[in-house]
Ligand binder design. Structure first.
Ligand code: GLC
Length: 684
């Protein structure tokens, strides 16, 4: 049951697709402090789940969070926001309810930070829609919410393959080299992401003639090796005569405006840029159609970046800072002067005041709305523009699309990557914790930069991270310029990487099936143990294990030098310790805490009793994987039933009942299946 309450005159965000009539009065559960805040008193056992892309734990209690889309590459636990605004929470204590605040700008969630027993949600103004969701358990609440916000994005099947990138592979030959190194060594690979240097001086919808002289041929050459190229698109359009996108945007008034009606100017990678007014449907549609430039050259996937929007500086602020600094010339700096100097320079980027300097023709209605009132919708609508344009330009094809910034609603058009993380062990854990929170908010196609983006990785970090990354729908190794190269073949144990990554391709039938079922049924693919074992008070506190789909429990190793880890089993399960698709052990482990050994090259996971998972023999790319002859790995004492979803991975007839097969496995190993399209055997 979902109830809606309206305060003031909220701007339409299009987050919700199943429209609900607002009720009169204040929302239940919450205490409404008119024009100020919504509050809730918690008992000591109350847990809070949600907020999608955020720092800290699965249980969000005990910190001050903000929804304020920001380009901050240092995801430390003292931060309050990352790139997204996902304003959905489930409160699980003496009462159980979900709350979604549809509010397009900065929103503060004080979840037991000021007063450890109080939730305090503070919007900047009093124009918002509040939804309260009641259900029989957490999974049910999430399902109702997800139904209300509409079906999550579905990428092509090849997008579940391994993606390799770096900022940047500088030319065709460098990419050829990366592909060759994977293929020759049998390390799986499906996609190469292309960072900003493929463009001519970072200008969107251009190609560097020097670095990529024959792009359509190069795209074809890569495709012939089953490699998809996935170029980046940035939000800012370079101001330069001759840049057609710039000229067209200026001519038609498609850019964000200042108070005086001039085109707003900021600086990003290409230098000075205008920002398309993605909140104006006409401008959004126009920008979305620019992707045709690359679609026409054979490209089938994109990543949208810098769309919070990230602004390195505005000229006015830059001049001010230079003036202030020049006044310090010849002076002796004391500590506070030095700090002020550093802050001045640091605050040039993504300065909150800059977000008050431009306006949107919001929803094309003519009324100019200042950016800071709708800040969190910008990246969402950039990506929505692309998604909507793909529906027109390529109606029969799935196009891969991920975005850095997002708001609930964007999950219908694309996935996200988890931004500029660091090569830190703690960021494997952050990656683990973010998966279920994002799933709650409809974002299923996601993963983090495996190995870490900023700072230098190590072989063991990459390997342990890969052992979790093989389970995430987006499996992407990406690194920052000037960091250590981190393609798997750069390290000693190439065989180990090849084998671990091979397990991903073995698991693909299960992972794809679980992804598709989660999308089509509005369910979560990754769940905290607390959601599936609500009566188990120990399970409720486990933050480093996840349920994955129907039958798996993950317990990744995320500590350096560890030779295993403690795992809590909420019930008896089968432990699988895999070194490769052909080299693995299984054993039954009873409910309770156990130390589970896992050498550096071993992936561990658990299969629930009376569950099976379908596996392929693997392959070097998704096209190689045989989805028809499958092995069932599992632990059946009575009977296991598995619903397998599969399709060709490109078409959009998702609801076709032929895509679903039900398989029954008896304790004796007998397999009973509906339909004859696939051949199953018991995994030996
Ligand atoms: C941003 C992106 C990162 C990319 C870089 C250069 O920091 O988040 O993924 O590599 O820009 O384009």
């Amino acid at each position: 049951m979902i109830r809606k309450y309206r305060f003031g005159k909220p701007l339409e965000t299009d987050a919700v697709v199943d429209k609900i009539l607002a009720e009169v009065g204040n929302p239940p559960y919450l205490n409404t402090e008119e024009n100020k805040a919504f509050t809730y008193r918690m008992d000591s056992d109350t847990a809070i789940y949600g907020l999608g892309q955020q720092v800290r734990g699965i249980n969000k209690r005990g910190w001050l969070y903000a929804s304020n889309c920001e380009d901050d590459p240092v995801h430390r636990e003292d931060r309050h926001s990352l790139y997204a605004a996902h304003n959905f929470l489930v409160v699980d204590g003496k009462e159980l309810f979900g709350v979604f605040l549809d509010y397009p700008t900065v929103l503060e969630f004080d979840l037991g930070y000021t007063d450890k027993d109080e939730i305090r949600i503070v919007p900047k103004d009093w124009n918002l829609d509040v939804y309260i969701i009641e259900g029989k358990n957490i999974n049910d609440i999430v399902k109702q919410f997800r139904k209300m916000i509409g079906r999550s994005y579905i990428p092509p099947k090849w997008a579940f393959g391994y993606s390799q990138s770096r900022w940047s592979y500088m030319n065709e030959d460098e990419i050829r080299e990366v592909v060759r190194n994977h293929r020759e060594r049998g390390i799986p690979l499906d996609n190469i992401y292309m960072d900003i240097d493929y463009m001519d001086r970072y200008i969107d919808f251009t190609l560097s003639d020097e670095r990529f002289p024959n792009f359509p041929d190069f795209v074809r050459e890569m495709k012939a090796q089953n490699v998809h190229l996935v170029p980046i698109i940035d939000a800012g359009v370079k101001i330069e005569e001759g840049n057609e996108v710039y000229e067209e945007g200026v001519k038609n008034g498609y850019f964000c405006k200042t108070e005086n009606g001039e085109n707003f100017v900021g600086a990003v990678w290409p230098g000075l840029v205008h920002f398309p007014d993605f909140l104006n449907p006409v401008a959004r549609d126009w920008f979305g159609h620019q992707y045709k430039f690359l679609l026409d050259q054979g490209i089938e996937g994109f990543w949208n970046d810098m769309n919070e929007p990230s602004i390195f500086y505005t000229q006015g602020h830059f001049e001010e800072v230079l003036d202030t600094i020049s006044q310090l010339k010849g002076k002796e700096l004391v500590q506070c002067d030095k700090d002020r100097l550093c802050d001045l320079v640091k605050n040039l980027s993504n300065n909150q005041e800059d977000y008050q300097m431009f306006y949107h023709n919001f929803n094309g209605e003519g009324e100019m709305i200042r950016h800071d009132r709708v800040h969190n919708l910008f990246g969402y609508n950039m990506t929505r523009g692309a998604g909507e344009a793909f529906e027109k330009l390529e109606p029969d094809k799935r196009i891969l699309l991920i975005s850095r910034s997002s708001y609930i609603g964007m999950h219908r058009y694309a996935g996200i990557w988890q931004g500029d993380n660091l090569s830190w062990w703690s960021h494997i854990l952050l990656n683990i914790k973010m998966m279920p929170s994002l799933n709650m908010c409809g974002i299923l196609y996601t993963g983090a930069n495996i190995g870490g983006f900023g700072s230098d990785t190590t072989e063991d970090l990459l390997m342990r991270w890969m052992e979790f990354g093989i389970f995430t729908p987006l499996m992407w190794n990406h690194a920052c310029i000037d960091t250590r190269y981190q393609e798997p073949y750069r390290f000693n144990d190439i065989e180990g990487f090849k084998n671990i990554m091979g397990i991903r391709y073995g698991l693909l039938p299960y992972l794809y099936s679980e992804y598709m079922k989660a999308v089509l049924r509005s369910e979560m693919m990754f769940r905290p143990l607390a959601f599936d074992y609500p009566d188990d008070s120990v399970a409720a506190q486990v933050e480093d294990q996840l349920m994955l789909g129907d039958g798996l429990m993950l317990a990744p190793v995320y500590q350096q030098n560890a030779k295993g880890r403690s795992v809590y089993l909420p019930e008896r399960m089968m432990l699988v310790t895999m070194r490769s698709m052909t080299d693995y052990d299984t054993r039954i482990v009873e409910k309770g805490y156990h130390f589970i050994p896992a050498e550096l090259n071993e992936v561990i996971f658990f299969i629930r009793e009376n569950h099976v998972i379908p596996m392929s023999k693997g392959g070097c790319c998704v096209a190689d994987v045989d989805f028809c002859n499958l092995d069932l790995l599992g632990y059946v004492t009575d009977q296991a039933v598995y619903e397998l979803y599969d399709d060709d991975g490109n078409e959009k007839d998702y609801e076709n009942p032929d895509h679903m097969i039900v398989i029954n496995v008896t304790a004796e190993g007998e397999i009973i299946q509906e339909g004859t399209k696939k051949v199953f055997s018991i995994f030996k």
